[in-house]
Write a protein that binds this ligand. Structure first.
Ligand SMILES: [Fe+2]
Length: 344
């Protein structure tokens, strides 16, 4: 079944769209999106998103193989992110009206089929030339199971297993693009991982709304303006210098300079979606919460039913690898060629 999504262009008024660029400028500098903390006893030796990372390193962005060595893969995908608003905590002045934008909320109602839309977060991503984003699904949330308590790969596995749907909090994501970057199309599998990959250009002042927790998606490579990708690591920051100019720095050391048109800048908005007040209350009050023991037992039982596991439960790292391998079905190489969507 084709996923529900809306491609909106133009998205905001001309002035509001330009203001999104000004907000990034006043933010001043962007850090890389590093891994969050580890989770003891739950495959803590593995990266939080090893599900997507391991697949990318072998399969690349389109499933046909990755010519990069793993070291380059990290630079290529270690993009820049800052949070503009998280609940009532507003980090970027001027983002409040975007967070509560009636048209976005209305579209989210249509996508989710739910009436109550509670905006949760607005964050900005910047990819520099040569960067891309591995195919993945976003980190979902369930009653009692979110990224504060559980590793991200486990939450992703829970969603793809379909075993915890009754506890899931549906989240709709709006990804919007601003600026003049070349390349960096949003690429996704609206008909499922076995079907054709489609792409939407990251055109200034356009947006897509969809369930990114369920639909595999990524970002195609931003057009390179210099032959080598700079040595981006966790300490690297992207600083705004004024007059459309940005600079990539490790501490005091400049790595590269870019103009606004070189950078792919997107803003993501995410909202929880509830059918009614009772469903929202169930989430807010924390009743009917999942426990980690219940989650692992249920996944383990499903692995045994599939004949994948017998004997004792493996040690945590092995168990984590087994769960991701068996429940997360990535798009395969050859599952269709990229097709561009017609304009909306
Ligand atoms: Fe995503």
């Amino acid at each position: 079944m084709r996923a529900n999504f809306q491609h909106i262009a133009p998205f905001l008024s001309t002035g509001d769209a330009d203001n999104m660029l000004r907000i990034a400028e006043s933010f001043g500098s962007f850090g890389t999106y590093a891994d969050e903390g580890s989770n003891e006893g739950l495959g803590e030796q593995l990266p939080q998103r090893f599900d997507a990372a391991f697949h990318y390193i072998t399969a690349g962005i389109d499933g046909s193989g990755n010519p990069d060595d793993p070291g380059t893969a990290i630079q290529r995908t270690n993009y820049f992110r800052e949070t503009y608003a998280y609940g009532s905590d507003v980090q970027a002045a001027g983002i409040e009206s975007f967070m509560e934008h009636p048209a976005i909320k209305q579209a989210a109602q249509q996508i989710s089929g739910r009436n109550i839309i509670v905006p949760a977060i607005v964050y900005a991503n910047i990819l520099v030339p040569g960067q891309e984003l591995a195919i993945h699904t976003d980190v979902p949330e369930f009653r009692g199971a979110n990224r504060k308590e559980l590793p991200q790969w486990l939450l992703v596995t829970m969603l793809h297993s379909g075993l915890f749907d009754q506890w899931r909090i549906p989240i709709v994501t709006c990804v919007s693009w601003f600026g003049a970057a070349r390349g960096g199309a949003f690429t996704f599998y609206p008909d499922g991982p076995e079907a054709t990959r489609e792409s939407i250009p990251a055109t200034h002042n356009s947006a897509i709304l969809l369930d990114t927790d369920a639909v595999f998606h990524g970002v195609e490579r931003v057009v390179e303006v210099q032959p080598d990708l700079p040595g981006i690591d966790r300490e690297t920051r992207l600083h705004f210098l004024g007059q459309d100019q940005w600079q990539l720095r490790n501490g005091e050391r400049a790595l590269a300079g870019y103009g606004w048109p070189d950078l792919r800048y997107s803003i993501s908005w995410k909202a929880y979606c509830f059918s009614d007040a009772a469903e929202e209350a169930l989430w807010a009050e924390g009743s009917d919460n999942l426990t980690v023991e219940f989650i692992l037992d249920r996944l383990e039982a499903a692995l045994r039913e599939r004949g994948v596991l017998d004997g004792a439960r493996p040690e945590p790292t092995q168990f984590a690898l087994m769960m991701v391998e068996n429940f997360v079905r990535f798009p395969r190489a050859g599952s269709g060629s990229p097709a561009d969507l017609p304009p909306p």
